[in-house]
Design a protein around this ligand. Structure first.
Ligand SMILES: O=P(O)(O)OC[C@H]1O[C@H](OP(=O)(O)OP(=O)(O)O)[C@H](O)[C@@H]1O
Ligand SMILES: O=c1cc[nH]c(=O)[nH]1
Ligand SMILES: [Mg+2]
Length: 208
């Protein structure tokens, strides 16, 4: 969990039901950039030497293959710009997933990802980790394609969702991390995070 007063400040306004959609989008974008800083702590780099005007300097560069960023549509799209601002050379794949609001089961309606993710670090973007059905399915899909390191960035997580992720992924050997701005209290009977922020997709893009 990202423990920083700026993250807490922005998250508080994001939760506020009086925050309008343009402000919600801007705050989600800003929050992701802050979370991305934490989430990319283990991004792979290699040693390089550059020459400054004064002489050689040891440094690092991101290695290839480039990391893959995967926003889960719709709501994850609101996190994409904030992430690629920090990782401009990353490639971007897309997953369209929707949760049935009655059964709370997630289905995938769009997949645009490289077939082979061997050796790739993947960063999955989805603002809400509620039951965990959506994120677990997304991570399994990436692992099945060979991803060898997965980090999920969420704005909010419910304890039930984190527990579901742990249970669902317990037989996988690949490291999977979750970076979130806060872990909330619980899910309500409709599967919404409490206190949460409501429906992230609707607050970003409107009710469809
Ligand atoms: O952890 P879960 O219980 O699976 O719920 C979380 C999912 O629900 C929301 O998406 P939604 O289905 O509302 O789609 P949207 O982004 O298009 O609004 C949210 O953006 C997550 O993807
Ligand atoms: O609280 C929740 C749970 C799932 N999806 C959302 O957008 N919000
Ligand atoms: Mg939604």
């Amino acid at each position: 969990m990202a423990d920083h007063p700026l993250v807490a400040h922005k998250l508080t306004t994001l939760r506020d039901e009086t925050t309008d959609s343009p402000t919600f989008r801007r705050l989600a974008d800003e929050l992701v950039t802050l979370l991305a800083y934490e989430a990319t702590r283990d991004v792979r780099v290699a040693d390089v030497t550059v020459t400054t005007p004064v002489g050689p300097a040891e440094g690092v560069r991101l290695t290839r293959p480039q990391p893959l960023v995967v926003p889960i549509l719709r709501a994850g799209l609101g996190m994409l710009d904030g992430m690629t601002r920090l990782l401009p050379t990353a490639e971007v794949g897309f997953l369209g997933m929707v949760r049935d609001e009655g059964t709370l089961k997630a289905t995938t309606y769009a997949t645009r990802l490289p077939d082979d993710l061997s050796g790739r670090q993947c960063y999955v973007l989805d603002p809400m980790l509620a039951t965990g059905g959506t994120l677990a399915a997304a991570v399994h899909l990436l692992l099945d394609r060979g991803a060898d390191d997965v980090t999920a960035i969420c704005l909010l997580a419910a304890p039930e969702g984190i527990a579901h992720m742990e249970e669902s992924l317990k037989d996988r050997t690949v490291p999977v991390r979750i970076v979130t701005a806060a872990i909330d209290s619980h899910l309500n009977e409709s599967g919404f995070i409490v206190p949460g922020l409501g429906d992230a997709g609707d607050r970003l893009y409107g009710v469809v």
